[in-house]
Design a protein around this ligand. Structure first.
Ligand code: FEO
Ligand code: CA
Ligand code: CA
Ligand code: CA
Length: 631
C-alpha cells in the first residue's frame, strides 16, 4: 500500500501550513482598520493611499449611465444543495466529473468513483476555467480540471487516500484539461461521445517547452537532457483564449505534487519561494512516478507553473508551455490585442503577497496569419501600484532584476518581480478586460496575512493602495486604465470597483464599499468574465459558513456588476460547499456555461444527482426561458 502524506488542508492553506512564515511586525501600517465605514467611504474621495471606489474618482462616470442593464430579479443568498437562478432562467447539467467522452468508457460508478482506466476516458475532476470554440461548423468545449478532492475521489477507501498505483493513475487522469464536442438536443447542450475532437490532456501528456527558457540548464532532466519537453500539466486553474482560436490553460498550485523520498534533502531557496518541498498534498504521485521526487529529479518542478497553449481543433497537437509568460502560480491569462496589433496578456499570481503581471508580444496578430510565436517572444512586466491612484508596469530584464538571463527570469519570475520592488497583492485571481474600452479588472480574493506577514520571498505586505485592509478576509476587485487607452502603456490609473464586506456585522472598513448591501453581499471574488454588453460577471470562492463574519452570504455564488454604475446584483447561488468558477458563452450568447467546482468538499453535498450520490463537479448551462441572449 502506498503511504500518502496525511496533509488534508484547503489548497489555499497548504503552503502556509507546510512552510510557515514569521509574523511581520516592524513596518508601518496605515490605520484603515480603525476607520469607520462612513469615514472609509467618504475618504475614498480624497485619500489616495487607500484609494477608492465607485463614483469617487475620475474613473467612474456614474452620471453617464442610462437605464438598468441588470435586467433580472436578484437571487437571495441561500444554503441549499442546488443551483438557484433568477425567475425566467433555467439551468441544466452539461458535463460532470467522470462522464465518459468515448462509448468504450463506462458510466460513472458512484461506489468506486472510477478507476485509472475509466478516468482516462472521462471528464476530469474539479472543472475550472473553460472556453467554447465554434470553428469548422463544430462546437468544441475546453475545460480545466484543476485538482481532485481526495476525500471524494478516494471516498471508496477508508483512508480517503490513494492506496495503490491505480489510485494514483486515477488521480493523475482526474487532472489536466478535458476537450469535447458539444451538440444541442432539444435545446440542451450534450457531449458528443467519440467525436474526433474529444481529448483528455492529463499529468502524463507530452508537451513542448517554448520561449526564452527552452533548453535552459534548469529545465534539463534525466528524461529530457535537452530541456525542451515536459510531461503533463496539472492544477490547471483559470484559462484564457486567443483570437487565433487556441485555448490557454494556467498551471497554479503545481508545487503540491512534489515530495522527497530523502528526508535529509534540502530544497533550494528557489524551490521554497514556490512552495516546492519535501511533502506533497497527499496525492502520492512520487510513489509511482519518480519525477515527482525532488531529491532525485530536482529540475522537474521547473517544468511546471506556466501558461500552456492548446489547439482545441486538433486532438493530436502537442500542447506548448509558454515560458515567456513567466513561471508562477498562474490564475488565468486574459489576452487583448493592443492598437498596435501586439498581444497583451494580463496574469495574476494567486498567493498571498504575490504579484500581477503583463506580457507584451514582440510580433503582431494577423487574422488568418501565422500567430504561433506571439506567446513565445515578448516582454514581461510586473505591476507597481503607487499612491495617488497611479501605477507602473516594471519591465523584467537582466538589467532591471540583476538576474543572469531572460531564461532565468522566465523560470524564477517571482524572484525577478521581488527584485524590482513590485507591489505585493491580496492574492490576484482572475483578470478580465472590458470588451469595449481599455479597462482591466482583477479579483483580489482575500489575504489574511495582509499587514501581518511577508510573502514567501520576504517582501513586506503593508496595508495600502489597492490592498487596503489588514487581515483582509473579504477581498476586493481592482481595476485599471492604461494611459492613453493603450494596453502597451507602461503607466495606468486605478481604483477599486468593489470592496467586499459584511455591512450587517461591521460598521468599519470590513462592511465593504457603498455598492455592497445586505442584498448582494459576498466574500472572496475569484472568477471574472465580461459579457458582450460589458457587464462583469463575478464568481466567488469564499467562506460558506453563513455565520459570524459571513452571516447572510450563504453558499458561493455568481453576481453581475455594471462597471458604469457600480451596481452589483446576485444572479446565482451554487450548491453546498462548492465554488463557482469558469465562465464562457455560446457564440449566440443564448447560453452561459458556468462551473460548479468541488460541491461537498467537506462531505455535505450530493450535487447534482441528489439522494446518496457522490457529489460531482459539473459544468452547467444557463439560459433564458424566452430564448433571448443572456449577456
Ligand atoms: Fe485555482 Fe486561485 O484559484
Ligand atoms: Ca480561482
Ligand atoms: Ca480562490
Ligand atoms: Ca478552486
Amino acid at each position: 500500500m502506498i503511504k500518502a502524506h496525511s496533509i488534508n488542508v484547503p489548497l489555499s492553506e497548504f503552503d502556509d501550513v507546510t512552510y510557515s512564515r514569521p509574523q511581520q511586525t516592524d513596518f508601518e501600517q496605515l490605520s484603515e482598520c480603525a476607520m469607520s465605514r462612513r469615514d472609509f467611504l467618504e475618504k475614498s474621495i480624497a485619500f489616495g493611499a487607500s484609494a477608492f471606489v465607485m463614483g469617487s474618482t475620475a474613473l467612474s462616470p456614474i452620471a453617464a449611465h442610462a437605464g438598468n442593464k441588470l435586467e433580472f430579479d436578484p437571487v437571495s443568498a441561500n444554503s441549499l444543495d442546488t443551483v438557484t437562478v433568477p425567475k425566467g432562467y433555467s439551468w441544466n447539467i452539461v458535463a460532470r466529473w467522470g462522464d465518459p467522452l468515448w462509448s468504450k468508457g463506462p458510466e460513472f460508478d458512484h461506489e468506486t468513483r472510477g478507476t485509472g482506466a475509466s478516468q482516462e476516458l472521462a471528464v476530469g475532476d474539479n472543472n475550472d476555467g473553460m472556453a467554447f470554440f465554434h470553428n469548422q461548423g463544430k462546437n468544441i468545449f475546453a475545460v480545466n480540471n484543476e485538482y481532485v478532492n481526495r476525500n471524494i475521489i478516494y471516498g471508496n477507501r477508508k483512508t480517503e487516500s490513494p492506496e495503490n498505483a491505480d489510485d494514483v493513475r486515477k488521480g493523475k487522469a482526474g487532472h489536466g484539461v478535458s476537450v469535447f464536442e458539444l451538440t444541442q438536443v432539444n435545446n440542451k447542450w450534450e457531449i458528443v461521445k467519440d467525436s474526433p475532437f474529444n481529448r483528455r490532456i492529463t499529468a502524463d501528456t507530452p508537451m513542448e517547452l517554448t520561449g526564452p527558457a527552452r533548453g535552459h540548464d534548469l529545465l534539463k532532466t534525466e528524461a529530457d537532457p535537452e530541456g525542451i519537453q515536459s510531461i503533463g500539466t496539472w492544477n490547471n486553474c483559470g484559462n484564457g483564449r486567443t483570437p487565433w482560436g487556441t485555448y490557454l490553460t494556467c498551471e497554479e498550485n503545481f508545487n503540491g505534487y512534489f515530495s522527497s523520498s530523502d528526508d535529509s534533502y534540502e530544497p533550494t531557496p528557489e524551490m521554497k519561494r514556490y512552495g516546492v518541498g519535501k511533502k506533497d498534498r497527499g496525492y502520492a504521485w512520487s510513489m509511482v512516478d519518480q519525477r515527482f521526487d525532488i531529491s532525485k529529479h530536482p529540475n522537474e518542478s521547473n517544468r511546471v507553473g506556466y501558461v500552456v497553449e492548446i489547439d482545441p481543433m486538433d486532438s493530436t497537437s502537442t500542447p506548448k508551455k509558454r515560458t515567456a509568460l513567466g513561471r508562477f502560480k498562474h490564475e488565468n491569462a486574459e489576452l487583448v490585442v493592443a492598437k498596435s496589433g501586439q498581444v497583451v496578456v494580463y496574469m495574476g499570481d494567486d498567493e498571498r503577497g504575490e504579484f500581477l503581471y503583463k506580457y507584451i508580444s514582440s510580433g503582431t496578430f494577423k487574422v488568418g496569419g501565422d500567430n504561433s510565436s506571439l506567446l513565445e517572444k515578448g516582454t514581461l512586466y510586473v505591476a507597481k501600484f503607487a499612491d495617488g491612484m497611479r501605477g507602473d508596469w516594471l519591465e523584467l530584464t537582466p538589467q532591471t532584476t540583476g538576474m543572469k538571463s531572460q531564461a532565468e527570469i522566465c523560470i524564477h519570475t517571482r524572484i525577478a518581480a521581488s527584485a524590482v520592488g513590485a507591489t505585493t497583492m491580496d492574492r490576484p485571481e482572475w483578470v478580465a478586460a472590458h470588451p469595449h474600452k481599455a479597462e482591466v479588472y482583477c479579483a483580489l480574493t482575500n489575504n489574511k496575512n495582509r499587514g501581518k506577514k511577508p510573502n514567501k520571498g520576504g517582501d513586506t505586505t503593508p496595508v495600502g493602495g489597492p490592498n487596503s485592509r489588514k487581515a483582509n478576509n473579504y477581498g476586493q476587485i481592482v481595476r485599471w486604465r492604461p494611459d492613453n487607452g493603450d494596453h502597451l502603456s507602461k503607466t495606468f490609473e486605478w481604483d477599486l470597483f468593489v470592496i467586499a464586506g459584511n455591512p450587517t456585522v461591521h460598521s468599519d472598513v470590513y462592511g465593504g464599499s457603498k455598492n455592497i448591501t445586505t442584498e448582494n453581499m459576498f466574500n472572496s471574488p475569484d472568477g471574472l468574465g465580461f459579457d458582450s454588453k460589458g457587464l462583469l460577471w463575478i464568481q466567488t470562492d469564499g467562506k460558506y459558513s453563513n455565520k459570524d463574519d459571513f452571516a447572510g452570504m450563504g453558499n458561493n455564488q455568481m453576481l453581475v456588476g455594471d462597471p458604469a454604475s457600480g451596481e452589483i446584483k446576485r444572479f446565482m447561488v451554487g450548491p453546498k460547499e462548492c465554488e463557482i468558477t469558469g465562465i464562457t458563452w455560446s457564440p449566440d450568447y443564448k447560453t452561459v456555461f458556468v462551473g460548479i467546482q468541488h460541491p461537498g468538499e467537506k462531505g455535505n453535498s450530493h450535487f447534482p444527482e441528489g439522494g446518496k450520490s457522490t457529489p460531482r463537479s459539473s459544468v452547467i448551462a444557463i439560459s433564458r426561458d424566452d430564448g433571448t441572449p443572456i449577456g
